[in-house]
Design a protein around this ligand. Structure first.
Ligand code: AMP
Ligand code: GLY
Length: 307
């Protein structure tokens, strides 16, 4: 029987998800909440005005409208426990639990996790006291540093510093001036990694992983790789930077290892796991995890992986 699916979010990513879901013979209608102009009325797809931040209202809406599956696009509702609450109310929902979403929502959580399970990442330390962070920066033997708000900051909470002074200033901006609000109560200071940046995503059921083709997004705002970092100005996929062999290596040493570690910790990871990686001279290293599809990567991930 054809079913009704509800997609949560309002970006190009959610339009791409709705577009693909609508092609399934199992899907009769796709609702997008809140959606955007592109999803307002487009074949089987239409927008819904349901309140997505009140999970009790949302669960009731899903029951009243026979929604068979909820697919969550962005990280904020995932970190707020939308999957936990809808699942508890008996509404099937695709994505990680709030605890599992900490892989993205707390950089100090994900960095400690990676260290415990031997997943390759930049050397780092986290701080709740700005003075201690600045002393660490002054004593660090890395040539260049990156300062990050630990919490969710819509991809903007990362400052790549050109020297130690700028790194300390970044700590003060984040911790004292609250440049990213409560997301900056804890900061992560890490070494700058150099190389090509790629996005390797997979689906996971909590035990196994199925890798998607590797993508690369255009990070900087302006042409010629200039301007501030953004959440992504566009993307292409598959990227020739990642061979079939390297994807296999990333799948084993990063994606599967992460899903295994989360299972071991009693926080099974179900949903899309996105590893942002720097291809350094010492091999791929994890820059960050995201607990969802990338936007714009989701809009291009429809090619077969390289051989
Ligand atoms: P994050 O939210 O941690 O992925 O950081 C956002 C962006 O900042 C990444 O996509 C990278 O472009 C850049 N970045 C983060 N950490 C590092 C690092 N250690 N070295 C170089 N660039 C980084
Ligand atoms: N393209 C980066 C992201 O979705 O976070």
């Amino acid at each position: 029987m054809a079913e009704r699916v509800l997609v949560i979010g309002s970006g190009g990513r959610e339009h791409a998800l709705a577009w693909k879901l609508a092609q399934s013979p199992h899907v009769q209608q796709v609702l997008v909440a809140p959606g955007n102009a592109g999803t307002a009325s487009c074949g089987k797809i239409s927008n819904s005005a349901v309140n997505v931040s009140n999970h009790t209202i949302l669960a009731q809406y899903c029951k009243d409208h026979n929604v068979a599956l909820v697919v969550v696009g962005p990280e904020v509702p995932l970190a707020a426990g939308i999957v936990d609450d809808l699942t508890a109310a008996g509404v099937p929902c695709f994505g990680p639990s709030a605890k599992a979403a900490q892989l993205e929502a707390s950089k100090s959580f994900s960095k400690s996790f990676m260290d415990r399970y031997g997943i390759s990442t930049a050397r780092w330390s986290s701080f709740t006291d700005p003075q201690e962070a600045c002393s660490y920066i002054q004593g660090a033997d890395f040539p260049a540093l990156v300062v990050k708000a630990s919490g969710l900051a819509a991809g903007k909470g990362v400052i790549v510093a050109k020297d130690k002074e700028e790194a300390c200033q970044a700590v003060l901006d984040i911790m004292k001036d609250k440049a990213f609000g409560a997301a900056g109560d804890t900061v992560v200071v890490e070494e700058l990694l150099e190389g090509e940046e790629v996005s390797c995503l997979c689906f996971s059921d909590g035990s196994t992983v199925a890798a998607m083709p590797p993508a690369q997004d255009h990070k900087r705002l302006l042409d010629g790789d200039k301007g501030p970092n953004t959440g992504g100005m566009g993307a292409y996929c598959p990227t020739p930077q990642v061979s079939g062999e390297m994807l296999q290596q990333i799948k084993t040493t990063v994606l599967q290892k992460t899903v295994d570690g989360m299972k071991e910790d009693g926080i099974p990871y179900v949903g899309v796991l996105y590893a942002g990686l720097m291809l350094t001279q010492q091999g791929p290293k994890v820059l960050e995890f995201n607990c969802r599809f990338g936007d714009p990567e989701c809009q291009v991930s429809n090619h077969p992986p390289p051989k």
